[in-house]
Design a protein around this ligand. Sequence first.
Ligand code: ADP
Ligand code: GN1
Ligand code: MG
Length: 378
Amino acid sequence: MKGKNARAFPHFLTKNLMNNVNFASDILRHFDLDHVSTPYGNGHINNTYLVGTSPRFILQRINTDIFKDPDGVMENILAVTSFLRAKIVAAGGDPLRETLTVIPTNDNHPYYRTPDGDCYRVYMFIEDAVSLDSASSPEVFAESARAFGKFQRMLADFPAEKLHETIPHFHDTPDRLRIFRETLAKDPVGRAAGVQDEIRFVLYRAGEMSTVTDAIADGSVPLRVTHNDTKLNNVMLDAKTGKGICVIDLDTVMPGSMLYDYGDSLRFGASTAAEDERNLDKVRFDLDYFRAYTEAYLEALGDSVTPRELELLPFSAKLMTLECGMRFLTDHIDGDHYFRIHRPNHNLDRCRTQFKLVADMESKMDQMQQIVSECARR
Ligand code: ADP
Ligand code: GN1
Ligand code: MG
């Protein structure tokens, strides 16, 4: 660790930690896959590995087919995490547990690009914490709402103009519909004929897909700095207390609507079954989970929520689920290039759970609206 290999450690790392980081950096200096221990987690996008023993690190190959500007992604992540770190420290919190910590390469770059062009980054592993693929109770789910709500609130005064748009039009549902239609017209692997019911499901709902983008355009829904990928497994909960401690997977932090974050959380976390469940009888939208999330999220956001945002909360849960189902269907028709799959028709299975949830939400929309009004009055 000397000469040109000396690395600039983040100043907030304690000396003790730095010693440990020095140890691990011998591995990370080479940064080749021989040193990778275990594939880790259930993300659909990046390749994630657990590295080291004490301390442990997360090594990720950034999916550059999807994130075409890794410099922009890492600039966003560094900007957001250092902004959060200052607030966490000021509040007496532990920044190593409450936000992601990027470990730079030996030459102080936020990621390493191999001669083949693969891009790897390293984070401190957040210890004594879990990320869940399903919540065992509404209260557990509410903890994720508190964490995402706090994240949103802490970023309320982040200078949004600093952010790169890492995936343009990410939650622009009408644009997603356009891509769906284009893919369908090409039908590159001949799968359209086998998914006619799902195609009809999308097209029948085309008219309502611009509701949130229209509200952003007319100013009734403000642009905020949002996470945009608020799946339950993108938040770490304390392993002992169950409290939400850290929002992770910051690749898509961009200007957006809080309706995206709120809706996407419910899409995933208020389902009674896994996102890829094949038995659709098991898939329902759980109103107790909906209520618990809504109550905790609104409490965390305080009075910053506008009337139009409040009005659109139930609809946004449906819209984000419809959009995600349409994205899974598009990828299925396209030949599975975007979301990682583990079995044939995996994206189609995922699409079907989403559409089952959409239909269930449609039948429960009045109750959802009632629940939102009750939570908003509290
Ligand atoms: P993807 O974009 O593919 O979803 P994520 O960044 O969400 O990748 O990482 C995948 C999983 O790895 C997460 O759901 C979580 O379980 C785990 N993970 C990621 N970063 C950390 C971290 N810093 N500490 C502990 N676990 C992590
Ligand atoms: C992806 O990265 P991950 O697995 O947390 C996707 C989300 C989808 C989600 C569906 C960058 O999230 O938009 O809602 O899968 N992320 C990206 O499970 O496309
Ligand atoms: Mg993730």
